[in-house]
Ligand binder design. Sequence first.
Ligand SMILES: [Zn+2]
Length: 1007
Amino acid sequence: MCILSAVLFKNKVNNPLPLLNHSGIIFSWRTGTHTRGLSECVLVEQLLKTTVGTVWTMLKSKTFVKKTRSGGVLKIVREHYLRDDIWCGSEVCKECKDEAPVLQEDACIESNLCSYPHYLIPDTNVVLHQLDILVDPLIRNVIILQTVLQEVRHRSATVYKRIKDAIHEKDKHFYTFTNEHHRETFVEREQGESANDRNDRAIRVAAKWYTDHLTKVTDGGPLKVVLLTNDRANKEKAEQCGLIVYKCEEYIKSLIGNPELVDRLAMTADDQNENTGSKLLFPEHLPLSRIQTGIKNGTFLQGTFHANRDNYLEGTVFIHREGADINEVLLRGFQNLNRAVHQDVVAVELLPKEHWVAPSSVVLLDDSPNDEDAEEDETENKLKSEASESSALKPTGRVVGIIKRNWRPFCGMLSQSQIKEATRHLFTPADRRIPRIRIETRQAATLVGQRIMVAIDGWPKNSRYPNGHFVKNLGTAGDKETETEVLLLEHDVPHQPFSQAVLSFLPKMPWSITEEELKVRADLRHLSVCSVDPPGCTDIDDALHCRELENGNLEVGVHIADVSHFIRPGNALDQEAASRGTTVYLCGKRIDMVPELLSSNLCSLRSNVERLAFSCIWEMNHKADIIKTHFTKSIINSKASLTYAEAQMRIDDTTMNDDITKSLRGLNKLAKILKGQRIDKGALTLSSPEVRFHIDSETHDPIDLQTKELMETNSMVEEFMLLANISVAQKIYDEFSECALLRKHPAPPPSNYDILIKAAKSRDLDIHTDSAKALADSLNNATTESFPYFNTLLRILATRCMMQAVYFCSGMDNDFHHYGLASPIYTHFTSPIRRYSDIIVHRLLAVAINADNTYPDLMDKHKQSALCTNLNYRHKMAQYAQRASVAFHTQLFFKNKGIINEEGFILFVRKNAIIILIPKFGLEGTVFFENKDKPSPHLNFDSEGPTLKVEEHTFHIFDKVKVTISLDASNLQHQRIRMALIEPVIPGVSVPVPESEPVAKKPRLDR
Ligand SMILES: [Zn+2]
């Protein structure tokens, strides 16, 4: 098409400007000043014929008159071109000269309604609402009309993407018919006809054309087309034209191959009203127009609804308007929540002040039986009876309308109805902030105990629960694969295999470094570069070297995989990496940000292969002062891929004196000095118990868990990565002050430290928090001889006081400080294989040193800021997913261990519980003192301490305790580690030591 448009531009007859649609078909163009004469039209037709060999016919021209800026009058002609060469796409057809037909001759699907092979034509609403049906492998040979596709595109980006994916999938045999450009199926909107009605008619005309065309080309063979529509009027009209037409539900119910498919039918508004009681449970939602007026004149506030995880009758709306005097509105009670679902954008109205309430601390889970008429009033009264001081009252409101639903398919489990042979059941989502959902299914018996996915279809005002439909079965709850899938889905981690489009941008194998690359890069292949990583690392981002220069100074190089050489801006591979944002590491599983060919091969700086790198090279004196910094694209040949332990061994082994070992010793010496300097400046060294699992290579079961051990070499590598990141941050900011991608770590608000200060006070120690330096110093001094683990506990606590570090664009912010590292500027440069931020930073640095070209988005601070928002979101979700994965593997580990007892320390004291850290496992758990089945002991919480008095014993932060650890599997969906107190012994509260300690299995460590 490029050639074609170029030709048209060259032959500028009255400046014709071709307008191309997305599939590259010319559908119209404009001419300036005056309309084209006939001869010019012929010229254009010939032109098209010679270029693409196609006969085009102009249907008609519409003339518009437009005033130009200079005051002249411009005539614009718009023409719609129709073609004769749009094929039906069917294998049976010999008439259409289609080279690659999509629709199968043998389009057989067993159905009680249609006993003949047939193609399906769904209308727009069927595609929009019943996509979960259409994407089922059973449904094949479907004709997607252009009219339908265009409407879907306007109405839902998600559905559009999913239907496009289905069309691309070869096995689905979905064919796009461009009926709007077919001479025989194009229809013009008639006078008085709505756009909607015209489209319905276009769909019927196309279905009719197919019916006639197939009859003709098969000589009246059995092959037919079936139109699917849920619109009554459309269905009647279609029947009048002699079409075969069914309601989607009717057709799906007739299928014999997969009776379960019925479960995936979305409920239409009609069904929902039939299915639910007549009693009005909720106030009506206001129409959008009234909501908008209300927001404009200040009667309503717009915000995002967050459901309360522990209390299903409460939630908060975070108000969007900046600088508003009210930022949060509390919602309490069924009526006021008015069918808002977590993350929906809603409009709220404030209640009069006398109705304002304080957030309740009651835990309320919606676990009533599957009962439509369950009385909510009684439960709500429980909330009301809680007396509260007026100071605690929060602005309280009610939802008057929904501005945007944010429904996604939810993972969870089926709660089977008590009624025998019932088809309506409740679904309980894994995320407690999502309400239970009513679904219809005939396979309840098989779905019990399975993790399933369900989508919400709607929430009528007379229904206690939203209505939804079954989407898919993820597998048995508790299975490793199933649970991993669930936690990836629930944390929105993109984990589908890379698409063909993405893979098409990978370099062709065998790959080698070209002569051109050699010419423009620094050749560092002779240097004793090596990498140091955890055992089993296959995505090696970084390698280092250190050597003495002739002038006595040291040269230190950090060499980072040159990923941006392989991932070019804007292509499908780049877009996918940008969307994923980060590689996600779970226990025993890695979800790559970039395809494996790059992550584990071409970009991975493995030993004894030539690799492209981006190098940061310093000249330093022996005091680690930087004399010079130099950045260059390079070629390296790493001499060794070492583990931390191997590198440590070489440094310590005095008999070894090869270049690599000498290089490591030089690096280690400088790193110690650098670390000292950094800590002097106030960088924090905080610890958090990181647990690592030893996974059995065959069964993939966790064998043992162990807190990660840190060696000198860990911090050696870390020190140089920090230095490289800081050097690069400074460079890209100097070059591009408006669009440098940086990373900052805000200082926490002082009140965050309260708990840390109190904890230290309990041991008569002072923690100063007025600066990072003061905090670091006082943490260093906070030791007690009698309690060596005390300092580690303090640092763990200090970690919890910190804020999240975030990416940002330098032109959109003015606070760059990285609090934890005590650095005025920072970025991420050293891990481009697993972080997209680093790819952008590489591109910026490459432009800064004239090693690569720039592109518009790179210099657009708004685009970059939007990218940062996604990266921050993905990183947060990756972290949560990782924690969930550790939690799940911890459960697996304790599952077969029975009840064991361990020593631990109290990390936090709560109103009715203490939170315990078990150093041996890096495991945190809660000992509750209130139990449903037992009378509660006498509890007295003092928030000043904080202390909790249980009967006669008082618990303080950091007290040593002994607890039992076991897996509580009573709730299949939410299994958890239970801890119970053994020591101190509190009569009626603590439990006895488990009778026989299980024989400790000799741990098989992979050392
Ligand atoms: Zn045909």
